[in-house]
Design a protein around this ligand. Sequence first.
Ligand code: ADP
Length: 275
Amino acid sequence: PSLPQEMTLGPASAERVVLVVYRNVRALKEAEELKDQFISLATHELRTPVTIIAGYADRLLSRAAQEKGHALDEWQREKVQQMKHASWHLANLTGELLDVTRMQAGQFQLERRPTDLVALTRQEIERLQATTDKHQLAFHTTVAQLWALVDAFRIEQILSNLLSNAIKYSPGGGLIEVTLEEHKDTHEAHFRIRDQGMGIPHAQQAHLFGRFVRGENVRIAGIRGTGLGLYLCRELIERHGGHISFESEEGVGSTFFFSLPCTEAVYRNSSGKAL
Ligand code: ADP
């Protein structure tokens, strides 16, 4: 039996196939661009109001604690706490989505300044320690200061992501150890964040830095997340000229490693001025 006309690959039909494929690819590209534009617009529009709500929830709690005549009763305090948590969660989520769309559109830039990584890491550990009683965060470093030319806000974001993952995915609590070392030979700062949590299943390990990738075990356990944090960490670290990796065993724990270049020039210009 002869093939239907559109399936015979004569010269004219081959052109038609190419045209159909081309049209499909173009339609897909357009859909992809539209989706990116939508995410970008939606996150821009969401970010401002959600940050205002989160900020006022914070303000309400601190005013209630500090100023006479503004105390909240137990029920009110609990509800405002929940509002604060939910709104900061949403603010972080929109921030992550905005970063991803900016990176993909080539509109993302680092604002590098000489920064002491030791002080910044200690500050971030203290901030996250205050969010949990079940976990003990320990900091080991052999240097008093370690200067690097980095975007401090972004390094905070990386540490915050990795430390909050270590907390979130150690639901039983436990020790979380952060180590920061200077490798003088390569002019690099080496970070290590080790937890005793759920670990990452082997099946997901190879793709873990992809967008929206999450471990099977954390999905089953019902722990919420977007799967964007590690994607952003890798992008941010590599844009700084560093490298990220991890080792993990399910049921035992995970260790994340990352490096950042500390140029010699920064040692000489550690006055705090942008180079
Ligand atoms: P999210 O935490 O929002 O899901 P991430 O990109 O930060 O997104 O992490 C991706 C996935 O990697 C997580 O869903 C989890 O499965 C796994 N993961 C990351 N850090 C840890 C950790 N410290 N322990 C166990 N699993 C982890």
